[in-house]
Design a protein around this ligand. Structure first.
Ligand SMILES: [Mg+2]
Length: 172
């Protein structure tokens, strides 16, 4: 994997409090045709076996608005295979190895989208945002659903917050 990070590539294009602040009309007006979601701590609490009713309703609403929806998770997906069935018409790729681009490309191909037509929504700068921006997707960072996380993940988030602050300071 290429390890050099261009600073702008880990900075999101937009930050939202949660997935429920997404505005399908303005995304469509900007030429976006589909949204790729991270799963853990974006659509559902880490390791959750189900998407809750609100998240499922949001995915339905986005699709009613004419947007394509997919899910890209770095989790192995063990014991979560049934999620596929619960979100019909919404491809889910587990073990995506974000920020690698291969599975992003695979999902985009399946959804029939070019990178420019897609939006990535996730809670992690170094996987979701970096992976998306390396490919040219518009990237939206959301606040993680569950603030109670293991300390090594909290450390990564601290580094991410520092990177974001630095980016703003430099006007990136
Ligand atoms: Mg996540």
């Amino acid at each position: 994997m290429r390890l050099s990070v261009r600073f702008g590539e880990i900075l999101p294009d937009r930050e939202l409090e949660s997935i429920f602040e997404l505005e399908p009309a303005s995304l469509k007006a900007a030429g976006k045709r589909g949204i790729i979601f991270d799963l853990d701590n974006t659509l559902a609490p880490r390791g959750a076996r189900q998407l809750d009713r609100a998240a499922l309703a949001l995915l339905d609403r986005l699709r009613e608005e004419g947007l394509l929806v997919g899910i890209l998770s770095n989790d192995q997906g063990l014991g979560r295979e049934h999620l596929q069935g619960r979100t019909e018409g919404c491809p889910i790729y587990f073990n995506a190895r974000k920020p690698r681009r291969a599975v992003f490309r695979q999902l985009l191909r399946e959804m029939g989208l070019s990178p420019e037509e897609a939006v990535m929504v996730g809670d992690n700068l170094f996987t979701d945002i970096w992976g998306a921006k390396r490919l040219g997707l518009y990237a939206i960072l959301v606040r993680p659903l569950d603030p109670r996380e293991p300390s090594h993940i909290r450390l990564v988030r601290l580094a991410a917050r520092a990177a974001l602050s630095l980016g703003r300071l430099l006007g990136c």
